[in-house]
Design a protein around this ligand. Structure first.
Ligand code: PMP
Ligand code: GLN
Length: 379
């Protein structure tokens, strides 16, 4: 049978984690926290399980969680979100992205994607019969040239996928980016899929510029978020999409045939957590900024060039002063030679190009970060 995704293999995240396990290496590759979810969240989950909340949730999500999500969007971004009409709880951001793409993209449509790009965007566009149009952003600043974006828009362009804070570059979009995006979207009648899974992890007191902050942009946007990143529970695979009512009703038609609904007791536990401990979300940026700074400080004596990390839990290192290997080869070498697993940047580019840059995930215990840095400083 002919493959529907002939270019797709096993994800780099699975590959590097398997390699890390095989070599007993420190795993700074796949992005997931080494520490546990908050105690209250785990307690509430078990309580809802024990209380018998173990049957299907309504397909769009448990109302208590939809409500808390809408309140969070209002508290953080001043957005007026109708919980019942605009919020859909999904199996992680991955499902939200997939369904948002199936909602918007028709055969022949083009979607603008910025490389380095998260790995799930392009296959989802391809499965919808669309074509991803890749615009490569480059080290060290990964800046978007909005004139280049405007030049890439054609009559077939349906939308643009943005991701801020960005995986893997750790850059955030600024007010000028959002203004340029808004102008482009209005001029060409486009939609935006805004991947904001690291929304609560921005550094140096910078605000997160959600597409939800601007009602005009929000009217054209499907905003995707992930509880896995915010509550250190990537294994729960819960996230959501906030979109205008008309788009949400199309989104839900697809969502109900992908999963129908998501894990009921965990939805209730997350609603409790948002309601009872809002300070968890507010403390997340400082929590990760400490880890970013610890890692950067510990790498000062290394021969890597450290690129700025403005948000997310990633840090990029340029290794061109250390090795002439390509980045995939360099990451293989790192695991084997010093027992540190990282992700090569070239896998995030449609054309596989590389600037001799690797990604480290610093959602790890301080001791893990210090030990990894010590090993990296030996090179
Ligand atoms: N988008 C980005 C940019 C991500 O980094 C991730 C997770 N690594 C996801 C989406 C998927 O999130 P989830 O685990 O909630 O499906
Ligand atoms: N998003 C995570 C990362 O960037 C990995 C998620 C996954 O393994 N699919 O590392």
């Amino acid at each position: 049978m002919e493959s529907k995704l002939p270019h797709v293999g096993t994800s780099i995240f699975s590959k590097m984690t398997a390699l890390a396990n095989q070599h007993g290496a420190l795993n700074l590759s796949q992005g997931f926290p080494e520490f546990d979810a908050p105690e209250r969240l785990k307690l509430r989950l078990t309580q809802h399980v024990q209380a018998g909340m173990n049957q299907y949730a309504p397909s769009p999500g448990m109302p208590a969680l939809q409500q808390q999500i809408a309140l969070l969007a209002e508290r953080k971004y001043g957005a007026q979100v109708d919980a019942a009409a605009q919020v859909t709880v999904t199996a992680g951001a991955t499902e939200a992205l997939f369904v948002a793409i199936q909602t918007l993209v028709r055969p022949g449509d083009e979607v603008i994607v910025f490389d380095p790009a998260y790995d799930s965007y392009a296959p989802a566009i391809e499965l919808a019969g669309g074509r991803s149009v890749h615009i490569a952003l480059r080290s060290p600043d990964y800046r978007i040239d909005w004139q280049q974006v405007a030049a890439a828009v054609t009559t077939k362009t349906r939308g643009i996928i943005i991701n801020t804070p960005h995986n893997p570059s750790a850059k955030t979009l600024k007010a000028a980016d959002m203004a340029a995006l808004k102008a482009l979207v209005a001029e060409h009648d486009l939609y935006v899929i805004s991947d904001e899974v690291y929304e609560h992890i921005t550094f140096d007191a910078q605000p997160h510029l959600s597409a939800l902050r601007d009602p005009t942009l929000a009217a054209r946007a499907m905003v995707v978020a992930s509880f896995g990143k915010t509550f250190h529970c990537t294994g729960w695979k819960l996230g959501y999409c906030i979109a205008p009512e008309a788009l949400t009703s199309e989104f839900r038609k697809i969502h109900q045939y992908v999963t129908f609904s998501c894990f009921t007791p965990a939805q209730l536990a997350l609603a409790d957590m948002l309601n009872e401990e809002p300070e968890h979300v507010d403390a997340l940026a400082d929590f990760y900024q400490h880890k970013r700074d610890l890692l950067i400080e510990a790498l000062q004596s290394s021969r890597f060039t450290i690129l700025p990390s403005e948000g997310s839990y990633f840090l990029l290192l340029d290794y061109s002063a250390i090795s002439s290997l390509d980045d995939v080869g360099f990451c293989d070498y790192l695991v084997e030679a010093i027992g540190v697993a990282a992700i090569p940047l070239s896998v995030f580019y449609a054309d596989g190009s590389s600037d001799k840059v690797i990604r480290l995930c610093f959602a790890k215990e301080d001791n893990t970060l210090l030990e990894a840095a010590k090993r990296l400083c030996q090179l």
